[in-house]
Design a binder for this molecule. Structure first.
Ligand code: PEP
Length: 253
């Protein structure tokens, strides 16, 4: 069965104290209320990882993730963070290729392919983001565009390595805009991507791949999104900054 994951992308929000309070609240509510088999991943700013790690330590429901990672092992890369550093502070997931990183930092599919390799080599689970702009959606070439992102960044992997990757489909037009893809749009895209995965790796691997939806998901729309057969969870931005909303989204399964 596919893993059900709801990852919170805090982006560049929260002071350390605020972040610790948010993480503690999430862990407490999850412990008290979460009865389904979904897991939560808190993708905090780098500087919060070490401290948040202590809060989630021991939980079998809440895990720690980073929002980005260098493809280099170490050395003269000012401002970058390596996979070993993430491991050393207890992160087990890493978001790669978020559209904001692609847009503001020009991350390319080829560069992301290297980061995916390094993350897997170092035992981190990549949450690989893909998604189209509104222009591409309106031109009707979204399936082709997103398939190409997968092809250029992931399809060099063998099936065993690919099976460790989590995919997050995030239409750019829905991120932080308040405009959510309809559940039908999300399902259509997730199904199309699963078909692309099946063509590359076979149906069994495709059926085992967790594909998250991201883009203005909130407690009000999560139940319908998560009810779709090919939507296995969410990557949540804004709504992950409030513990109550975030856990209510996880409880939507
Ligand atoms: C995101 O940043 O990955 C995201 C989905 O943001 P939001 O939920 O705020 O649209």
């Amino acid at each position: 069965m596919r893993k059900k994951i709801v990852a919170g992308n805090w982006k560049m929000n929260k002071s350390l104290d605020e972040g610790l309070a948010l993480a503690s609240e999430v862990v407490n509510i999850v412990n008290d209320e979460l009865t389904n088999d979904a897991i939560a991943v808190l993708c905090t700013p780098f500087v919060h990882l070490s401290a948040v790690s202590k809060i989630v330590a021991g939980s079998d429901k809440v895990f720690l993730g980073a929002q980005n990672m260098s493809e280099h092992a170490s050395g003269a890369y000012t401002g970058d963070i390596s996979a070993d550093m993430l491991n050393s502070v207890g992160a087990s997931y890493v978001i790669l290729g978020h559209s904001e990183r692609r847009e503001y930092h020009n991350e390319s599919n080829a560069q992301l392919a290297s980061r995916v390799d390094v993350a897997l080599e170092k035992g981190l689970t990549p949450i690989f983001c893909c998604g189209e702009s509104l222009e591409i959606r309106e031109a009707g070439t979204h399936v082709e565009f997103v398939s190409n992102q997968l092809k250029e960044s992931l399809f060099h992997l063998d099936a065993a390595s690919f099976s460790k990757v989590v995919i997050a489909y995030e239409p750019i037009w829905a991120i932080g805009t308040g405009v959510t893809a309809t559940s039908a749009q999300a399902q259509d895209m997730h199904k199309a991507l699963r078909d692309v995965l099946a063509a590359q790796y076979g149906q069994e691997v495709a059926d085992g791949t967790t594909i998250l939806y991201g883009g203005s998901a909130k407690p009000a729309n999560a139940p319908e999104l998560f009810a779709q057969p090919d939507v296995d969870g969410g990557l949540i931005g804004g709504a992950s900054l409030k513990a109550r909303d975030f856990v209510d989204i996880i409880k939507s399964y």
